[in-house]
Every structure is written in structure tokens, then in C-alpha cells.
Design a protein around this ligand. Structure first.
Ligand SMILES: [Ca+2]
Length: 383
């Protein structure tokens, strides 16, 4: 998430346009264009299913529900009539200055525990856990799992989710300001600029899986799964393959999608801040172990801040199955990639605009929802 003042006029115009096109599903009549060799286009519409106050994240919940986080600190459950009353309210414990707020939510695979990721009143990134019983949060069971002080108000990352291995992954940005002034991206001695992997139920307050890549390195934090990330605002695992996909927001030139196969042992160095995408950053030298992005795009279009999404594994849009669906906060175009064995074999867009797309949510059936910070929660439906 990044608000760039020079883009504010563009964003404002886009929000207006998006609110118009989202008014009814039938307004989405643009032909889909998935410009891949011989691949059929996926014809979709965005169907508004609810409005929220600055929705920031979401997760599939128990009994087929979808839980939505609002950035100011509330969590509400999506039902047939839109969002219900808050089931959690930590708005007194967070702020929305800079890029702060309630930034991520996750359930464990058994829906036995719910996790929230937020910045506290000092800006410290905080991961808390609640027990869930009979589909209900148990507030009295709340405990803090992990915290990380943040030197600046931006680049908090904050996305959280369980991997197919049953461990909790946590994405943290490089700490903020601009250009990674403290060199956190390449410093294995800090959790900033990293993707973490922990076992939140394996110890107090958590355990580190024994096969994490840096547990034998005394100079590296044991929690680190992958590093060299700038602001990995949204990441996901392909529900079909288990592959990892990370949308890492660029500094000023290159937005990128990073990828790792499901059988990766971890330890990937995604390059920041020696590299921005495939390009040396400010005279940086490419690390020998650099894992370049599977996809990058520049700022010559309207995009300026990638919003990572999901590989579509739902049943409603057959032609979309297997494609990675993502967007950009600054232009809202719903984009697609076909990725085979770590190589992009096709890219395109779905011909629909999601507004200021802040996040995607994958429900229990694999259907995808697009969250716009302006308040729209829209489902990707067949045209
Ligand atoms: Ca990178």
C-alpha cells in the first residue's frame, strides 16, 4: 500500500470511474483480453457483494464464511446481506497514519485459531491470536504471538497466512522511509524485509520449525523463510500446487511478482535493496543468489504499487483456472499471469477495473474477491 501524492489526481479519477463501473455487474461489458498464445480469454464481471470501511484484508473462515478486516481495526463477516456487525474491534489499539492499521487476518487450517496482523499505537507490527469455537472468536483467549518494531510508518507489510505445510507465514516490509536506508532487505539479522515462517502453536509465544533455512546460521534470525523484500504487501500460496507468490511493491521503477515452488526449502534472496526487480538499485550489485522476479512491470502505465493476488482455483470461471490474478493499487486493472514451472507463459488483464485494489480474498471454494480501499468488496464472477 503506497499513496503517492503526485498520483492523487489520477487515483481520484480512477476511483470515480471504478465506482461507476461497479454500480452494476452488467456495466462490465469490456471484452476480456488474456493476451496469451492461443489461450482462451476469461470473461468476467466484478459483482459488488458488500461495502466496507476501508477494507484491507480478508480470509476464508469456518462454515464457508469470508471474514473481512477493515483497516481502522474492525473485523466483520460477509453474509448474503453484506457485512455483519463487527466480531472484533481493536480500533482503539491501532491508527491509520502512514500505511498503518489492521493489515492482515488469517485462520489456521482447522479454523481453530484466528490471527490478526496490525500496527499498534507505537507503530509496532503485532501478530495476535484468538481461539475460535463454534465459529465464534473467543476474545478472552487473545495473546500476542510476535512483534516487530517499525522505524517508519510505511512498508509494514503485514500480510499473514498459513502455508500448505501448516505453518504461519508473515510478511514484513523493509521498515520504510525510502530506498531501505538501514539495509534491512539484505540483513539476515532483522525480521524487516523478510517473509517469516513460524509455528504459532508449537511454543510460547511460538516455535521455529526445525527446517527453516537459517536455523543453523548464528548471524541470521531463525524465523526467516525468505529475504530481500521491500514491501511484500500481499502474498499467497497456490491452492492447487502450493507454490508461493509474492507481490513486492517497488521503490520507484519496478513492481514485481516473486515466485517459489511448493517444494522450496526456503532461503530465497529476492534481491532488495541491491536490486529493484531485475535491475541494480542505486548502483547495487546483483547478489550471487538473487532470485529474480517471475514478473515485473514498470511505471510507464498507470500502475505504481503492485497488489499480489491468488492463482484462481475456483469453479465459477473455468477459463481462469490456473491463472494468477493480481492488480495494482494505483490503476485497479485486474491482471493475470500464466506461470508454468516458474516461468510466465502469458500475461493479460480481465478487462475490469477494481478501483484502488488493496487486497484479494480467496474463499473456501476458491472464488476471489477484490477489495478496494474505497469500500467495495466485489467478487470475480463469470460474465
Ligand atoms: Ca526483488
Amino acid at each position: 500500500m503506497k499513496v503517492r501524492t503526485r498520483s492523487s489526481a489520477i487515483i481520484g479519477a480512477l476511483v470515480l470511474a471504478a465506482s461507476l463501473t461497479l454500480t452494476t455487474a452488467s456495466a462490465q461489458e469490456l471484452p476480456a483480453d488474456v493476451s496469451t498464445a492461443g489461450a482462451p480469454p476469461a470473461e468476467v464481471v466484478l459483482t459488488e457483494v458488500a461495502r466496507a470501511q476501508a477494507p484491507s484484508a480478508g480470509a476464508a473462515g469456518p462454515d464457508g464464511t469470508v471474514w473481512i478486516a477493515e483497516r481502522a481495526g474492525t473485523v466483520r463477516v460477509l453474509g448474503d446481506d453484506g457485512l455483519g456487525e463487527p466480531v472484533l474491534d481493536i480500533s482503539a489499539e491501532t491508527t491509520i497514519d502512514g500505511e498503518r492499521g489492521l493489515l492482515g487476518v488469517a485462520f489456521d487450517p482447522e479454523f481453530a485459531h484466528f490471527y490478526i496482523s496490525y500496527t499498534d499505537l507505537e507503530g509496532t507490527s503485532t501478530i495476535d491470536e484468538f481461539a475460535v469455537r463454534d465459529g465464534q472468536l473467543r476474545p478472552e483467549t487473545r495473546r500476542t504471538v510476535l512483534t516487530q518494531e517499525q522505524p517508519y510508518a510505511n512498508h509494514n507489510g503485514g500480510d499473514i497466512r498459513f502455508g500448505p505445510d501448516g505453518y504461519l507465514y508473515i510478511a514484513f516490509g523493509d521498515g520504510g522511509s525510502g530506498g531501505d536506508p538501514h539495509g534491512n532487505g539484505q540483513n539476515l539479522g532483522t525480521l524487516l524485509g523478510k517473509l517469516l515462517r513460524i509455528d504459532p502453536r508449537g511454543g510460547e509465544p511460538y516455535a521455529v520449525p526445525a527446517d527453516n533455512p537459517f536455523v543453523a546460521d548464528a548471524n541470521a534470525k531463525d524465523e526467516i523463510w525468505a529475504y530481500g523484500l521491500r514491501n511484500p504487501w500481499r502474498f499467497s500460496f497456490d491452492a492447487g500446487t502450493g507454490d508461493l507468490l509474492i507481490g513486492d511493491v517497488g521503490q520507484s521503477e519496478w513492481e514485481e511478482i516473486d515466485w517459489a515452488p511448493a517444494d522450496s526449502p526456503g532461503g530465497e534472496n529476492y534481491g532488495w535493496s541491491s536490486m529493484e526487480g531485475n535491475h541494480p538499485f542505486r548502483g547495487g550489485t546483483e547478489p550471487a543468489d538473487h532470485v529474480p522476479p517471475v514478473h515485473e512491470y514498470d511505471r510507464s502505465g498507470l500502475g505504481c504499487s503492485v497488489t499480489g493476488g491468488y492463482v484462481y482455483r475456483g469453479g465459477a470461471v473455468a477459463d481462469l483456472v490456473g491463472q494468477y490474478v493480481f492488480s495494482d493499487y494505483c490503476d485497479g486493472t485486474i491482471r493475470t499471469l500464466r506461470i508454468e514451472d516458474g516461468e510466465v507463459t502469458g500475461e493479460g488483464d480481465l478487462g475490469v477495473e477494481g478501483g484502488e485494489v488493496i487486497s484479494f480474498v480467496e474463499d473456501g471454494d476458491g472464488e476471489l474477491y477484490v477489495l478496494a480501499i474505497g469500500g467495495t468488496i466485489a467478487r470475480i464472477d463469470p460474465a
